[in-house]
Every structure is written in structure tokens, then in C-alpha cells.
Design a protein around this ligand. Sequence first.
Ligand code: FDA
Length: 389
Amino acid sequence: MQVDTAIIGAGAAGMMCAAHTGGRVLVVDHAKAPGEKIRISGGGRCNFTNMYCEPQAFLSQNPHFAKSALARYTQWDFIELVDRHGIAWHEKTLGQLFCDTSAKEIIAMLRGLMQQAGVDLQLQSSARNFEKVDGQFTFDLQTPDKTIKVTARTLVIATGGKSIPKMGATGIAYDIARQFGLKVTDTRAGLVPFTFAEGRFAPLAGVATPARITAGATGFDEALLFTHRGLSGPAVLQASSYWQEGAPITVNLAPEGTLLDALRDQRQLAGRRNFTTILAQHLPSRLVDYLGQEFDLSGNLADWSDARLIAFVEALQNWQLHPGGTEGYRTAEVTLGGVDTDALSSKTMAAKDVPGLYFIGEAVDVTGWLGGYNFQWAWSSGMAAARAI
Ligand code: FDA
């Protein structure tokens, strides 16, 4: 089979690219359906972009790499596409845009666009034995009923990262990159819960509270969720992408900075009440019980001197914890690291030294924050390649 462009991976980036690439396009995916991660994303409503999408929200060895593609196909361009297809959406929080009804609408839109463009989508199929011969790429396409030799002028790798192997994530993009001489930066799980030694936070499982979680020099103010295995919630997932194995994280349980003044005011008005009773007006009561084991919270509020109050609030704002690890690729939303951006054109996603070879989406060493940034990278990098092909 001879095609102009073969795209491996029918996820967000692969479908976006296929829908906007001219000529004869073949898309290969080993899954039963395209866009499986889109389907399960955002609790089934797909957080498809972020209104405040900016390059600072992306991690990469080269923090400048993502700028060009993000600027040339922006969140507003994708919102316009979604609007044109009559998909209703809303902002949940912090610029995060979700479908009103279902993530399946985004998949249907991309499938529809691929159909209009005449794309040949081969599902439950694999591609093996990639080679470049006489300026063309060849590989063996194994469909459910036959094996065919495919020849393509252009090869686009859109197979994502290693996150959630149960959903078919393979890391094959890195093998293909290495095969063609491209470097791959170290990969690790990102946007992933922290784990702690057996039972550390088990009594708090299910408790959520606003917090600022800092890893390295980067902190995030959002919800913290205690789990049976450790810590989760948006603030924790965000910080996990900046965490280095063995390093501590800082948990600030009074991120608004108003707790000290509030406790001082209450000392005037209700000083004869237990300190823990008053504290439970500011923090979940199960968390207060737990903190009672970590700190001396005894006595009435009136008995607490200013110095003791200040020391306690400072300790709450600077709680150092040492995660044992993360839940890893099993539950990570993304893979940090990937195909080294030094080897790629930031304008087109083409491999600089292998004409006709492109890498897009999560396979590349560009990882966004939680909140729609990763899909925007998939749309933007997919479009960058499509426009260049
Ligand atoms: P993606 O993983 O989407 O697609 C890769 C495709 O390649 C898949 O269809 C796979 O089957 C196929 N493939 C892999 N190996 C293959 C092989 N060897 N042969 C053939 N095919 C192969 N992001 C966001 O912005 N907003 C959100 O709401 C969420 N929510 C979310 C929830 C969960 C649970 C997860 C795991 C992730 C998210 N994300 C997210 C992240 C987002 O899903 C992710 O960044 C994009 O899907 C990446 O798009 P890609 O197209 O690069 O890879």
C-alpha cells in the first residue's frame, strides 16, 4: 500500500494531524477505538483546553520549544473549531474548558473531520519494522485480517507516552526515535499522586482541603486530597511534575494567609473554647484530629500565646513531607520527558536530520500542567505537523 502520510497513533494529536493533512493519509492504532484517552478525560467531559494557555505552563528541557506551535494554533483556534461543530462547553475553574455533555463529542468531531478528509483509519492494527528506503518510509501493517507492506513519503509518530499501560500506552515512540538516531530524554510519570509508607494518611482518606503544594521551586494552590495510599488532588498532581525522587515536598495547609488573624480574633470572642474546636472551623475536623498527633494542640484558645499561635500557623504553612514515591505510570495522566526537542523543528515537529519524519503530542518532551494544557499541546503540535506536510 502506498500512501502520502502514515500516522501511527489515533489519539488527540494523531487525529488532529490526520484531519488537517492533505493527500492520502493512513492512520494506524492498535486500540479498538480512536481517542480513548479523550473519552475518559475530565471525568468523561474532556478538559479540552485552557483559556490561559501559555508556554510557562509546559515543562521541557527546552522551555522555549513549545512556543511556536502554541502560538500558531492557539486555544482560541481550538475553541473556534469546537464552536463550529456546535459542541457546548463551560469553564469549570482556572480557565479549564470542559464539554457540557460528553468527551465523545470531541472524538466524534475529530472522526468526522478525518472522514471528510478521506483518511483511512486502521484500528486494532499494529505497525512494525520501520525502515527508510530511497527517501520513503516502509513498515509492516498488521490489521485484524492481513499483513501489508506500507510505503509512505511522510511518517508521523503520535503514539503518546507511557502513562496508563492498561489503555495501550507503549512508549513505542521512543524506540522509533532512537532507531532513527534521535535522542530521548529521561521519562517519568507526571500529574500523578504521591505514595507514602503504609497507612500514613489512611485515617484521612477522602478528606479534601485547599492547600499550596510546593516541589522544588514551584508551588500550586488548589485542592489537596488525602488517600489510602498517600496524597492526591489537583495541587498534588501539579506539584508531582516538578518533584525529584527523594526530595521533600512542602504542604501549606493555610494558603490564604488569613488563619493567624482569624485565630487571634476568635481568641478575643470565644477564647474559652478548645483550640481544636476552633481550628475545626478552618480545617476539616478529621484533619484537625490527625494534626493533634503531630502537634501539641491542647488547651483553650485563650491559653495560646501569640508566639505559640504564630509557631503553629507557620508549621501548618511549612509542613515538610517526604513522599516514598508516586503511583507511577499506572495512574499518571502524562509522561514527562520524551523525544528530545533538540532533534525537532519547533515550527513543524519534523526531525531535523530525518526528512519526512515527525513526532507530535505527548511523545515529545513537552508536558503541560493539569487543566487542558496537554490536549492543547496535542492540538497545536498536530496542526504544526499537518501544516508542514
Ligand atoms: P494519546 O495517548 O492520546 O494517543 C496515543 C495513541 O497511540 C493511542 O490511541 C494509542 O492506542 C496509540 N498507540 C500507542 N502505542 C501504539 C502502538 N505501539 N501501535 C499502535 N498504536 C499505538 N489532558 C488534558 O489536557 N485534559 C484532560 O482533561 C486530561 N485528562 C486526562 C485523564 C486521564 C485519565 C489521562 C490518562 C490523561 C489525561 N490527559 C488530559 C492527558 C491527555 O490525555 C494526553 O496528554 C493526550 O491524550 C496526549 O495525546 P497524544 O495524541 O499524544 O497521545
